[in-house]
Design a binder for this molecule. Structure first.
Ligand SMILES: Cc1cc2nc3c(=O)[nH]c(=O)nc-3n(C[C@H](O)[C@H](O)[C@H](O)COP(=O)(O)OP(=O)(O)OC[C@H]3O[C@@H](n4cnc5c(N)ncnc54)[C@H](O)[C@@H]3O)c2cc1C
Length: 476
């Protein structure tokens, strides 16, 4: 029986050649290093790999990929390994980690662009932009570890999508090592360049299945001053109408609009007692809203005027505007602590769905009713980027459950959450991607013509199927 490309044993000829071209610092085969890159952030199935490569240049990456192509060795590209869909965890492939490629290749404040290598953490790109009095606006909970290459490959979103778009919208050019080992140098600071297929968009969201991104030219923006508000609402319909009201006042300066249910705050407080609730209330919802403008006074005045109207009309029950950056950071601390607190709190079944913003209230009601009928004890925590229609929807085991039962219903709960998202014209993968986790389910949802086109693109670029096989689409 023939072996799949992932599980094929590595030959001595391949290993000797790979070690020679990578040099002593460029590879690992010890158990601890291999285990570290095989452990996903989320506790789905742990992976395994026989070899970790750590190239330090685009040429070295290209030479290694050429060698892999010659020996039919499967590759999993890896950045910070913070992905949440089992895309960057190896399942027999060698890992090519980009974590030694972190250099800033250039910054052009007048062109508002930054060229940086793909293994750099997001926070490094943000800090580099800041040092030139510019802003790189992508922001998310994993920004200390997630890398530019991983963020592009998953087309990451985060908390500023409302104003600046997703990672795809923030790239001007890419440098990529193709599955043949050929280097495509598409680094460019141009904003206008209509010269045929825009190849960079093929690699954004491809999750490492079409090549290894080695560097990117990113868009920068003017720095901004912010006004942040912690707003209490009694129901989800008010939250949706509040977004429209604030946008009427502030236009597209609404940068973040995050929804937080009261029970998520309880979880954060239970697991991290040092964190304060800025405005305790028995109402069910909070919104963390941020405006960003050139001048702080304008941002604050606009927020105040919008919130006065919201309080008068009853869309908001109460609101606190941060007095300073420290207070604004304390609002964000609660929001960013939800995933970790939820994990510490106990078992949960997690989802990343999107529906049109207007459908959020009906989606929440229908989904909760169906789950309650199946598992009355399940605690629902739905939080996240409501301004983008994106909810991180979790069913959680109650802390004091005498008999844990949630995992028995895991598949049924996921089926409900996803079915309802589709019923409301939504998506079962809003920002985290496909990986192996959602690959098969998406194949039943996506139009057949789209899957055929994706398979044709994959075959054309990677005829041997060595580049992150079985992620996004099946390799057969
Ligand atoms: C606490 C927490 C909060 C998060 N919040 C958000 C959020 O708000 N929004 C959001 O969108 N995501 C979020 N994520 C998910 C995650 O951070 C993103 O998916 C991130 O983009 C992955 O980057 P990474 O460098 O860790 O990539 P990895 O996990 O290493 O890889 C992710 C995928 O990209 C591929 N890949 C990695 N590097 C390259 C490369 N150089 N070339 C080609 N392919 C590559 C991998 O093969 C894999 O398929 C969160 C994760 C955590 C743990």
């Amino acid at each position: 029986m023939s072996q799949s490309v992932e599980t094929k044993a590595l030959s001595a000829a391949f290993l000797d050649a790979a070690k020679a071209l990578l040099g002593d610092k460029g590879w690992r085969t010890d158990e601890a290093s291999l285990a570290q890159v095989s452990m996903p952030w989320r506790t789905y199935q742990s992976g395994h790999t026989p070899f970790l490569a750590l190239p330090n240049s685009t040429q070295q990456t290209a030479d290694l990929v050429k060698l892999c192509a010659l020996h039919s060795v499967a590759i999993t590209p890896q950045g910070g390994n913070t992905g949440l869909v089992d895309g960057g965890t190896p399942h027999g492939e060698i890992v090519i980690s980009m974590r030694r490629m972190t250099a800033v290749r250039g910054i052009d404040p007048f062109n508002n662009s930054l060229t940086i290598e793909s293994g750099a953490a997001l926070v490094h790109a943000q800090d580099t932009a800041k040092s030139a009095n510019r802003l790189f606006p992508l922001s998310l909970g994993s920004e200390g570890t997630a890398t530019i290459g991983g963020l592009i490959s998953t087309n990451a979103g985060g908390v500023a999508v409302l104003r600046y778009g997703m990672m795809r919208d923030l790239i001007l050019g890419l440098e990529v090592v193709l599955p043949s080992g050929e280097i495509w140098n598409g680094l460019s600071g141009l904003r206008k360049n209509n010269t045929g297929y825009d190849l960079k968009h093929l690699f954004a969201g491809a999750e490492g299945t079409l090549g290894i991104i080695t560097a990117a030219t990113l868009k920068l923006f003017p720095t901004v001053a912010k006004a942040s508000a912690w707003i209490t609402c009694s129901n989800a319909q008010s939250v949706v109408e509040l977004l429209a009201l604030i946008r009427d006042h502030a236009g597209d300066t609404v940068t973040s609009f995050e929804i937080i249910p009261a029970n998520a705050i309880d979880m954060v407080r239970a697991e991290m007692p040092d964190i304060r609730d800025p405005n305790p209330s028995a109402e069910k919802w909070r919104v963390l809203c941020e405006l960003s403008m050139a001048k702080e006074t304008h941002a604050r005045e606009t927020m105040e005027t919008a919130l006065e109207t919201a309080l008068e009309t009853g869309l908001a029950v109460d609101a606190v505007i941060a007095e300073n950056l420290t207070q604004a950071d304390s609002f964000w601390k609660i929001r960013e602590s939800i995933p970790l607190s939820k994990r510490a709190y106990g078992a949960s079944i997690n989802h990343d769905v999107a529906v049109p913003v207007s459908q959020i209230p009906a989606y929440l009601e229908a989904t909760q009713a169906e789950i309650a009928a199946l598992v009355p004890s399940a605690e629902i925590v739905a939080f996240g980027h409501v301004g983008d229609g994106n909810l991180h929807y979790s069913a959680c085991e109650p802390k004091d459950a005498s008999e844990p039962i949630l995992s028995d219903f895991s598949d049924q709960i996921t089926a409900i959450v996803h079915k309802q998202a589709m019923n409301f014209g939504g998506s079962i993968s809003a920002e985290h991607g496909v990986g192996r986790l959602k690959r098969d389910e998406l194949e039943t949802i996506r139009p057949i013509a789209a899957t055929s086109a994706m398979k044709a693109i994959k075959k054309a670029l990677d005829p041997q199927g060595i580049m992150n096989p079985n992620r996004v689409i099946r390799s057969d």
